[in-house]
Design a protein around this ligand. Sequence first.
Ligand code: UGA
Length: 444
Amino acid sequence: MNVTIFGTGYVGLVQGAILADVGHHVVCVDVDADKVERLKKGIIPIYEPGLESLVKENHAAGRLDFTTDAAEGVKHGEVQFIAVGTPPDEDGSADLKYVLAVAETIAQHMESHRIVVDKSTVPVGTADKVRAKMMEVLASRGREDLGFDVVSNPEFLKEGSAVADCQKPDRIIIGTESEDTEEAMRELYAPFNRNRNKIMVMDVRSAELTKYAANCMLATKISFMNEIANLAERLGADVELVRQGIGSDPRIGYHFIYPGVGYGGSCFPKDVQALIRTAGDIDYDAKVLKAVEARNYEQKTTLFQKMRTHFGDDLAGKTFAIWGLSFKPNTDDMREAPSRVLMEALWEAGAKVQAYDPEAMEEAQRIYGTRDELTLCGTKEAALKGADALVIVTEWQSFRAPDFDLIKQKLSEPTIFDGRNMFEPKRMAKKGFTYYSVGRSTQG
Ligand code: UGA
């Protein structure tokens, strides 16, 4: 099938690459001419395992192309994906200006029937807005004869495993009330729907809400577990044992119940806020979601609070080694990352930071530029030199078995603040570390 994708961010680019890889002919449209040129050369703007080779191979095979020419894009695909960003407004609601601009573009240039697919995470009711915008433009062209359908087909990929998630989805949600559209979408996704039926067809609004409900449920699990960890700390219990104890109940499960320094990234914080806002718009007080959000906001300061308890309020003149800047491992994404909240609090308190991340160093440089209070180090060991403590913010695999003797040697004091519970508190105490974790026995 011929497919056009508007937006070459995480969702659009991965979607384009995996659809092209199974044989569809995909054109990706982006307004950023530099980005389009780089993509044609196989230069990928994000770090995502497997994506670069997929893009290069399929581009070389002529199944995946990139353009800034929206008219060409509209002409190409019978299926038109909208995969542009929906950044939060000041009030937390999702800003739909890019989504509606694409709807307008499609309606301006289309000459035959089009299936318009909302792939971006958009609030319930967006498909109606997309439809209204397109009808308005078609009317202004005097082309109300042109048929189209608007589908909600939310994406559930995770950064860091985006390609694999898209190639082997848990479910494929298709929100449409049209049988023809359903059939076209089934054909499009048939290569990904082989070993069991993953396609769930529902009305558009239910599909739109499914996306938010999934992310908000996961965010709720995390905030709940962070609350239990904070309680465990104060009650003298070990959250790691509690985690295993409750995870063994299949109704709860082991997934997504790791306490830590709060959830970050471009999805959970934004989507929880957006659903709170959507609820507010219809005069419903989303009490659970507000609590999830409030717990997460506070949880991002948990390491800083512990550091202040240990070192005293005045952190001026102190230097801290930070391992991990991205909001989670296997990505260079620092959006809403807990590391940012921590570093900014430390700087505010007069401390300096020596940071290392396996992938996010360029991103940190882009965000913070060159400044006295931040040294970006080439290795995790270099970050330790002369620091007053090591602070672990992201659980990268390469941090799991460090050389503890070297850490001790390099730090001015053998103290570790671990925001991801990577080590056994007892073992750390034996090694002579003062070890702070989240919800385990607080100090070695
Ligand atoms: C999330 C969802 O997991 C995807 O299903 C969804 O498609 C995506 O949002 C989206 O809407 O686009 P992502 O933001 O890439 O994916 O990251 P996750 O792996 O879900 O992690 C989110 C945050 O939760 C991270 O900061 C992570 O450290 C934190 N987390 C996760 C915990 O603190 N504890 C856990 O047990 C699990």
